[in-house]
Write a protein that binds this ligand. Structure first.
Ligand code: AHG
Ligand code: MN
Ligand code: MN
Length: 334
């Protein structure tokens, strides 16, 4: 068969990747199908968000003290439902639930999935892109060797796979299992995620920085100098800014077009705003896999030891040139 005309679905792609790991049981592929099914259902709802009674807040606050939107609640239920049905998922944790769900102790239940069901909620009501992020970790096969609380709190470099789905002008799944970053666009006519961006490599240098600049006065000096330097042409060109306020959308642009995305420490959020385990870690994993970097100050995001599932972190992530310059700004400010 002519390979050129062959459409490769996400399922085919993951099966091909698994062939490189003899002994893979197929349960991981079945887990991933929980994510693809759930995100297709979420995207169908998001696409109808202006119709019916789907907009607005749901009248409750989540564990972060933030107002839950109706679509936050819906997306969370869908993710919990479809992943909870998978035999291989032992533990689930979500931005929207204070406590993780310890579901199964069977030997099969060897995966942990941590997710943000709908990221960028402030953009839902105004028809701007939102997304879902997920991080997949392993726990010991032998139930006797497990310690649920500790197994959950693993640093990001131990992620087996991670990714996001962006509900943008098209719906796109961007995924890595440690073997490069691959993008799959949902073909709405077929209902399948089709490989559209194989082996994404981020440009070494871009032309945009992406940050909520309203907080710049309370950023630590190194971060202020970094942004000022990008703007004034210290990297050979004067950067412009792009900021959507949906991390998934801002990161997606950064991954494809280069540049840098950051959420520094601020007066309101001295440890940063984004959550380590289900926002920063998946993004850091993808950035590194695509040839970029992700730091919290000097520390590699993926090496941070989480203390709680909802812990926040600062993050600066982007291409090689921007990240070198960020480290230089840290040196100069110290
Ligand atoms: P969530 O909607 O899941 O609470 O996350 C929103 C996050 C993230 O998507 C975005 O980068 C950031 O909040 C925006 O924060 P600011 O409004 O403070 O810029
Ligand atoms: Mn979020
Ligand atoms: Mn969210």
């Amino acid at each position: 068969m002519e390979r050129d005309n062959t459409v490769i679905t996400f399922e085919q792609h993951t099966l091909l990747q698994q062939r490189r790991h003899p002994g893979a049981s197929g349960s991981f592929a079945w887990l991933l199908s929980g994510i693809t099914l759930a995100t297709k259902i979420i995207q169908a709802k998001v696409r109808r968000a202006g119709l019916g009674d789907l907009l607005g807040d749901a009248g409750a606050t989540n564990v972060q003290g933030e107002t839950q939107q109706k679509l936050d609640v819906f997306s969370n239920q869908v993710m919990l439902h479809y992943l909870g049905l998978r035999d291989s998922v032992g533990i689930l944790a979500s931005e929207e639930n204070e406590e993780p769900f310890f579901l199964k102790q069977s030997a099969d239940a060897k995966y942990i999935v941590i997710f943000d069901p709908l990221d960028g909620s402030s953009n839902i009501d105004v028809n701007v892109s939102v997304g879902t992020t997920f991080s997949i970790l392993r726990r010991p096969n032998d139930p006797h060797e497990r310690d649920d609380a500790l197994d959950l709190l693993q640093p990001g470099y131990k992620q087996v796979a991670a990714g996001y789905v962006l509900y943008g002008s098209s719906t796109m799944l961007v995924y890595s299992a440690g073997d490069g970053v691959h993008g799959f666009t949902l073909d709405p006519a077929v209902g399948a995620y089709i490989l559209s961006h194989e082996n994404i490599r981020m440009p070494e240098q871009g032309k945009w920085y992406s940050v909520n600049e309203a907080h710049v006065d309370s950023f630590p000096p190194a971060y202020q100098n970094f942004i000022a330097g990008l703007r004034s042409g210290k990297l050979g060109k004067k950067y412009a800014s792009r900021y959507i306020g949906s991390m998934v959308a801002d990161v997606h642009r950064t991954l494809l077009k280069g540049g840098v995305f950051l959420y520094p420490p601020t007066a309101d959020n001295p440890r940063g705003k984004l959550r380590l385990m289900y926002e920063a870690n998946p993004i850091a994993f993808l950035m590194e896999q695509a040839g970029g970097k992700a730091l919290c100050g000097r520390q590699r995001v993926l090496e941070m030891q989480p203390e709680t599932i909802h812990q926040r972190t600062a993050i600066v992530c982007g291409g090689r040139r921007e990240m070198e310059f960020f480290e230089q700004c840290l040196d100069e400010a110290s």
